[in-house]
Design a binder for this molecule. Structure first.
Ligand SMILES: [Zn+2]
Length: 121
């Protein structure tokens, strides 16, 4: 019971922001709500939430970030401040081409368009 409450708090923290937070940020927010929560507990719940499809993991170069937007989507990334902006842009290649040209079976497509956000252009 206690564990699912912690998981729900963590899910809400991630879904309440569009900032694509790191585990450390989620941990500092979670501590405001649950005094004795540990970083290990936060990581464990992040993993479970990802496994059950409640959040997505984003591999942003050497950072692991979490996304409450579970729709298939791509991101714009500012090369100055690192902000990630959700898009509904579609990739314009055909999965069948990838299979036939590269003998590779795609499962997920994630791309970043790197550029400058409106504060840094
Ligand atoms: Zn996103």
């Amino acid at each position: 019971m206690r564990y699912s409450y912690q998981r729900e708090v963590i899910r809400e923290i991630i879904c309440s922001t569009k900032s694509h937070p790191t585990a450390d940020w989620v941990y500092s927010e979670a501590k405001k709500k649950i005094d004795n929560i540990s970083l290990g507990t936060v990581y464990r719940n992040l993993k479970t939430l990802e496994e059950i499809g409640s959040i997505q993991i984003i591999y942003d170069e050497n950072l692991i970030r979490y996304d409450g937007n579970t729709e298939e989507h791509h991101h714009l990334k500012c090369s100055d401040c690192g902000v990630l902006i959700d898009t509904n842009l579609k990739s314009n290649f055909d999965e069948k081409d990838i299979v036939s040209k590269y003998n590779f079976k795609p499962e997920k497509t994630k791309f970043f368009i790197i550029g400058k956000c409106n504060k840094h252009k």
